[in-house]
Design a protein around this ligand. Structure first.
Ligand code: SF4
Ligand code: SF4
Length: 99
């Protein structure tokens, strides 16, 4: 099950909750922050990711690689899933918030 599906679930008991999230999952969710970037060398300026982004954080033109405004991005991951596999232009980076 993907993280966004797990986060949307409404477990009613401690046991159901523990089946959804391990201690490692909790540590990762609260200890890491995701960022999404478009590789300008791979981007084909098709605009699919920009049309799917729920907060209009992606801009670009047919003649230049698209870019993600990190201040607007809500880290939903939709763009990563929507970029056609033959381009695979979007990368996810994980940064530790604290050690
Ligand atoms: S992760 Fe979500 S909010 Fe951020 S740029 Fe991609 S689609 Fe938009
Ligand atoms: S979907 Fe991929 S190739 Fe198309 S504009 Fe977005 S990053 Fe570029």
């Amino acid at each position: 099950m993907k993280n966004n599906e797990k986060l949307g679930a409404r477990p009613e008991t401690q046991g159901e909750y523990e089946k959804l999230f391990t201690d490692e999952d909790i540590d990762r969710l609260f200890g890491e922050i995701e960022s999404y970037y478009i590789d300008p060398e791979k981007c084909q300026s098709c605009g699919i990711c920009a049309r799917k982004c729920p907060v209009d954080a992606i801009t670009g033109t047919k003649k230049s690689p698209y870019i993600i405004d990190q201040d607007k991005c809500i880290k939903c991951g939709t763009c990563l899933e929507s970029c056609p596999p033959r381009f695979s232009a979007i990368n996810k980076h994980l940064s530790r918030l604290f050690d």
